[in-house]
Design a protein around this ligand. Structure first.
Ligand code: OVM
Length: 394
């Protein structure tokens, strides 16, 4: 059966501005579609996206998880040894990084993180309208994450510029990527310096990666590049994740009141916010052999765009998936991906969100949106750039 050909550009700015408006069409067109505009395939149904993510042997990452095929074109930076790698390399680097990014080290810092969040939030409650992106969604992760890695203080804002570029680089060379690259030179140089052993503080996760190199678990060059993964993937994502959950709760006052009545729902609320409005919308895989998908044949070497966010609201999988409901079971959501590449830092995101939400639940009675949300465009993320809000004291 021929693959349905769509006259649809997943990287059109109108699509990136409002991705959810297009997901029904993508899911309903078939289990797999072909985007003539970009010469790539796409999948948007939950079952097919999850199956592709599980089958890493067929849907590989080593040729990049963006539109650029690393077998044919030079990547914008040396490939990630985690995200853009397949086993056996991936399993070695992932095993090493899993040990560094441990639950026990997060448990150790959590009391401090809660205090930091409380202090931040206490200054915002009852203070009138403000923009929650810089004042909370950025300032909280900026206060805790660079310290967790062991970065020397100063210049952390480069991490946000760098990450936005990295996520744009998974798309085509459109205006967004060109603009990002044109202004990323300083941030890129800063990040590359920050990864080096001599610039990292003792005891942080960054230094622990270099210590893994001492034990022979990786080379010194690999250690630099693995620290880079923490810096690329670890800050902008949680900034948007926190903005996203606060936005979702502010849009749904009933859900906010439900959460206040039962603070233990905080964990679920965060997972539901990732299901309902994912920070990471898409990633590509590249087929390593010809493969059948729902009766359609894909050739070897095909780029396939996986729509995590569309899968996360697929009515074939979710009951009223368009509804934000903090009491539902979000089990199996793809907000952190699925399979061997599933988000390494997911517990960092959860601990940060729990600390931030916890501080809000303790003191805020009402989350009042006071102006329009602004969403900067990105080829991969669904970011929040401005979140005007007022925190009314309980
Ligand atoms: C990386 C990485 C991992 C996940 C996401 C990401 C830019 C990067 O290993 O560098 O996005």
């Amino acid at each position: 059966m021929p693959v349905p050909v769509l006259d649809f550009d997943p990287f059109d700015e109108a699509v990136l501005a409002d991705p959810y408006a297009h997901h029904d069409r993508l899911r309903d067109a078939g289990p797999v579609v072909y985007f003539l505009a970009r010469g790539c395939f796409g999948m948007a149904r939950y079952g097919d996206v999850a199956a592709a993510l599980k089958d890493w042997q067929t849907f590989g990452s080593g040729r990049g998880v963006g539109l650029t095929d690393f077998a044919l074109e030079e990547p914008w930076r040396p490939p990630s040894l985690l995200l853009e790698a397949d086993p056996p390399l991936h399993d070695r680097t992932r095993g090493l990084m899993n040990k560094v990014a441990s639950l026990s080290s997060l448990r150790a810092v959590m009391p401090e993180w809660r205090e930091t969040a409380r202090t931040l939030v206490s200054r915002l409650v009852g203070a009138g309208p403000f923009d929650a992106v810089p004042a909370l969604a950025q300032s909280f992760p900026l206060a805790v994450f660079p310290r967790l890695i062991g970065l020397a203080p100063g210049g952390e804002e480069h991490l946000l510029t760098y990450a936005a570029t990295a996520f744009n680089a998974f798309g085509p060379r459109n205006r967004l990527l060109e603009q990002s690259l044109a202004q990323a030179a300083e941030a890129t140089a800063w990040v590359s310096e920050a990864c080096r052993r001599e610039n990292l503080l003792p005891h942080g996760w960054g230094m622990q990666v270099h210590e893994a190199a001492d034990r022979g678990d990786c080379t010194a060059d690999e250690a630099d590049r693995l620290v880079r993964s923490f810096l690329t993937a670890g800050l902008d994502t949680t900034v948007n994740g926190i903005a996203n959950v606060v936005h979702a709760l502010a849009l749904h006052p009933d859900q906010w009141q439900r959460l206040r009545a039962e603070p233990a729902l905080g964990k679920r609320a965060f997972e539901e916010s990732l299901r309902w409005n994912g920070v990471v919308q898409t990633f590509f895989r590249t087929t390593t052999r010809p493969v059948q998908v729902g009766g359609h044949e894909l050739p070897e070497g095909a780029k396939v765009l996986l729509f995590y966010a569309a899968a996360n609201r697929d009515p074939r999988q979710w009951n009223r998936g368009d509804m934000f409901d903090i009491t539902r079971s979000t089990s199996g959501h793809l907000g952190f991906g699925f399979g061997i590449h599933q988000c390494l830092g997911q517990m960092v995101a959860r601990f940060e969100a729990e600390a931030a939400l916890g501080a809000l639940i303790e003191t805020v009675g009402e989350l009042r949106l006071t102006g329009p949300v602004e969403r900067p465009l990105n080829n991969t993320l669904h970011p929040i750039g401005r979140l005007p809000i007022e925190l009314v004291a309980a």
